[in-house]
Ligand binder design. Structure first.
Ligand code: SAM
Length: 505
């Protein structure tokens, strides 16, 4: 029996172009985490997974943020899994979040019950489960927890942060909290603040749990009774909001469950009832009721507006953004996304907006892999020089010596130095190749060996343009200049190749 299961799993891994087996890792903070409310979470643990390989420049990191009931297992397979991680359609070799190019991290949010510290974990002060002693967690606290994980991994720049639903809230919070760390952000089917209707839905779900007598004020962990009735009801309500009317009609219509005429009773009559009941039940087998209370509260508190202005609330964002809405999503509608895009544009943020035509409602982002695949690929492919440019670079003047150039290259581990005049305007370039020429020809001044007919690029050029120049001229570095010919940086093949496949060169 065991043998058969192994064979089945391996076949599926091959078919799906999956990254194969992965494992969840855990990082426990050596310090406490101060939360937005001022409360302290003692030495929280963060569960995370990583896929792909970090490049030498550490410039290919993508952080994936999960939705309300998600977890760190975004892709690949755990030993014994019947299905892969929750976004395996997006993450893997050759997929939009291509593990051949990017180093991908996904961590479980604080307050959850899938490995990161949450209310079902032991409170070090009491040696009992936290239950309601767990502090309120906000979206910003989740992001700060992820930041601690990145610090621990010694990662200080994110090429991209991406997520849908509650994951989208973390994305935009990241762009606000750590604007200098992020180059690109992809926000899918989400919102910059929770509306009255969303808060109302969340409260009805919480009530379902709280009113279940087995909830026992949150202290159910050792009673042998769990608030499964309340939790499954909460999930049934939520599930309706994740589906569109059309998709429900298509999937179930008014068809009856295992019968061909009404029984005129309160038993399960329609297929949709049976489906929701099943969804509710399976959810109780994998999610903690108290975590559900805390995480829905985090959604409710989320509001990025400042002084009632979204424009003001988003003013610190300076990364490139992609906003994606789903045509049939009535929980996070197109209008909400358009409002966000308008506020981003009012802040001069470089933002693209796409409406995904999908019938399945809010959950489409987890299952749709045609258009979303195309949209994400295009966005990541359309990266421009300014999206990867680091402002620290080294330059020299033409009157300096070849020895200066050699020392600079050696000390800074670089191979290309732009040569500038007194006003920082580009005059030429000296590379490691030119230094060897200087030794062979016994030259001493930069002026004698630099290439004066220097090729350059602009911040607005795409990486695709830059890669073409490298290829056509057989060079591996380009000074980046502004409209007045001032040098503002250097891009090299190492910067570009890590973010593009070998086919792109
Ligand atoms: N991969 C090497 C490189 O980029 O330096 C070798 C290419 S080529 C044989 C070496 C010559 O190309 C050197 O003389 C160098 O100054 C020149 N070169 C490098 N980058 C350049 C650029 N952006 N514009 C013009 N010439 C450049």
């Amino acid at each position: 029996m065991e043998q058969v299961r192994t064979i089945e799993t391996e076949t599926t891994i091959g078919k799906d172009n999956s990254i194969g087996y992965v494992e969840t890792k855990y990082y426990t903070l050596e310090e406490d985490l101060k939360l937005e409310t001022g409360a302290i979470l003692k030495n929280p643990t963060i569960a995370y997974e990583t896929y792909g390989k970090l490049n030498d420049l550490k410039s290919n990191v993508i952080l994936v943020c999960h939705a309300l009931t998600g977890n760190a297992h975004a892709a690949g397979w755990h030993e014994g899994d019947k299905k892969p991680g929750w976004w395996d359609i997006m993450i893997g070799p050759g997929k939009p979040l291509d593990t051949n190019k990017y180093f991908i991290i996904c961590s479980n949010v604080l307050g959850s019950c899938h490995g990161s510290t949450g209310p079902s974990d032991i409170n070090p002060d009491t040696n009992k489960e936290y239950a309601l002693d767990f502090p309120i967690i906000t979206i910003s606290d989740m992001v700060n927890g992820q930041k601690k994980l990145l610090d621990h991994l010694n990662l200080h720049n994110l090429f991209c942060v991406i997520g849908g639903s509650m994951g989208g809230m973390q994305v935009i919070q990241w762009a606000i909290s750590y604007p200098n760390m992020i180059r690109n952000a992809i926000f899918i089917a989400s919102a910059a603040y929770s509306t009255t209707q969303q808060i109302a839905f969340d409260e009805v779900q919480r009530r379902a749990i709280i009113e279940d007598s087995d909830w026992n004020h949150g202290n159910y962990y050792h009673t042998g009774k769990y608030p499964d009735k309340g939790l499954s009801l909460a999930r049934m309500i939520a599930h309706i909001t994740y589906l569109s009317n059309d998709s429900m009609l298509q999937k179930f219509g008014r068809r009856l469950q295992d019968k061909d005429k009404f029984s005129y009773s309160f038993d399960v009559e329609f297929q949709v009832e049976s489906y929701l009941k099943h969804q509710g039940y399976t959810f109780t087998q994998k999610f903690d009721a108290n975590s559900y209370l805390y995480l829905t509260k985090a959604l409710d508190y989320f509001d990025l507006r400042k002084n009632e202005s979204l424009i003001e609330g988003l003013s610190s964002i300076n990364c490139r953004m992609l906003v994606v809405s789903i045509s049939s999503d009535w929980l996070y509608t197109d209008l909400r996304h358009e409002e966000l895009v308008d506020a981003l544009r009012a802040n001069d943020v470089n933002v693209s907006y796409t409406k995904l035509n999908a019938e399945q409602g809010h959950d489409s982002f987890l299952i749709e892999n045609g258009q979303l695949n195309y949209i994400i690929r295009n966005f990541l492919y359309e990266i421009r020089v300014k999206d990867i440019l680091t402002r620290s670079y080294t330059k020299l003047h033409d009157f300096e010596s070849i020895k200066d150039a050699a020392e600079l290259m050696l000390n800074n581990n670089i191979t290309h130095i732009p040569i500038v005049d007194q006003n920082d305007k580009i005059m030429g370039i000296v590379t490691a190749w030119d230094l060897s020429k200087a030794i062979a020809m016994n030259k001493h001044n930069i002026d004698e060996i630099m290439t004066k007919n220097v090729l350059t690029c602009y911040e607005s050029d795409t990486l695709f343009d830059v890669a073409k120049t490298f290829k056509n001229h057989k060079i591996s570095g380009l000074p980046v200049i502004d409209e007045d010919n001032h040098v503002i940086g250097v891009v090299t093949t190492a910067d570009v190749s890590s973010l593009m496949g070998s086919d792109d060169f």
